[in-house]
Design a protein around this ligand. Structure first.
Ligand code: NAD
Length: 362
């Protein structure tokens, strides 16, 4: 059966990097018989400009009727002064909430070819392979009440609310434990249970989930220590599971351990493993339009999509092999460049992946 993929490039470098990922999908369809169709939609600032809203109804509809979604990135200077309710990021949050994509999988893997690109010593990071499981549809990013109010003395006060129901904690816990079963069988749950009652509950529910997974070793860590440990001794972690905001911050920290934010894919899954796939980075307005963005995180997001949502692991393996071969050949976008390597732009990098894919026919 033909699988439908919604393509949502978004803003800034999103447009450039998604174009390269689409080349890879086209190659798999034409040369390897992958049975897919694609349809492109608007999201973020581009959608606001065209339709007056960062998540137009037709885009949400397209996402709902598709088997999977490939997203570039949203946001940029141009839309920063808009009311928060129509800022580009609202489009992304709306999509995650509208599709109930509650589980965000963010692998942080260090490619041996890029050990020098990390700012940490190679012995600290070489062989790094962490999976951060971030809760994505709850917590302080969605909690009510929220806003900015004026107090009796005329001073303004900003406020947000951190809320989690037991069921929300339980389901993200199970995703993390299931993934750990296929990996190193260790889960580290990250919270701030010494200060926040909400994450005290988080810790209790994780303990409950662990009772159903006798093979898994569960540990708990406060988020401030987790940030420190990620930089000090990151290889101690296998799977980390945490709240929406803590996961947002820790996964960017883990990303930098690997040398480049431009290398890391992510998946956001619903309860049936339908997913939205996107690089972990944003729209990088500082380099947008220059043709220098690294498209590999987006291309690797396609590999994750094939593996986790479309049941096409062999195609995912091909993409990952082609990316590995490109790195072996010394091709580097500026963000991962080091002396002696060949500096290439976004399109050259995408073309090189396709060329290497084609070599894998039979
Ligand atoms: P960013 O991830 O866009 O950029 C951070 C730094 O990393 C920049 O120096 C950028 O040039 C670099 N970078 C990012 N991706 C790269 C790539 N593929 N290749 C090479 N270099 C890359 O984060 P930011 O600057 O904090 O945010 C910029 C905009 O993106 C904001 O509007 C923000 O809201 C938005 N944003 C969107 C998403 C998303 O769509 N999922 C995520 C984060 C930020």
């Amino acid at each position: 059966m033909t699988k439908k993929i919604a393509i949502l490039p978004g803003d800034g470098i999103g447009v450039e990097i998604v174009a390269e990922a689409v080349k890879v999908l086209e190659c798999l369809r034409a040369d390897f018989g992958l049975n897919i169709e694609t349809e492109t939609g608007l999201i973020g600032g581009a959608a606001y400009d065209a339709k007056g809203h960062p998540l137009p109804d037709e885009t949400l509809q397209l996402a709902k009727e598709s088997d999977s979604i490939l997203l570039g990135a949203v946001g940029g200077y141009k839309w920063e002064s808009l009311d928060i309710s129509v800022r580009p990021e609202k489009g992304l949050l709306g999509l995650r909430a509208g599709l109930d994509l509650f589980a965000n999988l963010r692998p942080a893997i260090l490619y041996p070819q890029l050990a020098d690109a990390s700012t940490l010593k190679p012995e600290i990071v070489s062989g790094l392979d962490i999976m951060i499981v971030r809760e994505l549809t709850g917590g302080i990013y969605f909690g009510q009440p929220r806003g900015v109010r004026t107090l009796d003395n005329g001073e303004r006060q900003g406020y947000n609310t951190l809320v989690y129901k037991e069921s929300e904690i339980d389901r993200i816990g199970r995703v993390a434990f299931d993934i750990a079963m296929k990996r190193g069988k260790r889960v580290c749950s990250v919270d701030k249970a010494n200060v926040l009652e909400c994450t005290e509950l988080w810790r209790q529910v994780m303990e409950g989930v662990a009772k159903d997974y006798s093979d898994i070793e569960l540990s708990h860590m406060y988020v401030d220590n987790a940030a420190m440990q990620l930089v000090k001794a990151p290889k101690q972690f296998d799977v980390m599971v945490t709240t929406n905001m803590f996961g947002d911050i820790l996964s960017d920290c883990a990303a930098m351990l690997t040398g480049s934010i431009g290398m890391l894919p992510s998946a956001s899954l619903d309860i049936n493993s339908k997913g939205m796939y996107e690089p972990i980075h944003g729209s990088a307005p500082d380099i947008a339009g220059q043709g220098v963005a690294n498209p590999l995180a987006t291309i690797l997001s396609v590999a994750m999509m094939l593996r986790y949502s479309l049941n096409e692991a062999a195609h995912a393996d091909r993409i990952e092999k082609a990316v590995n071969n490109v790195l072996d050949q010394g091709l580097r976008t500026p963000d991962i460049y080091s002396d002696g390597m060949q500096k290439v732009g976004t399109a050259q990098m995408g073309d090189a992946v396709v060329t290497n894919l084609k070599k894998l026919v039979n």
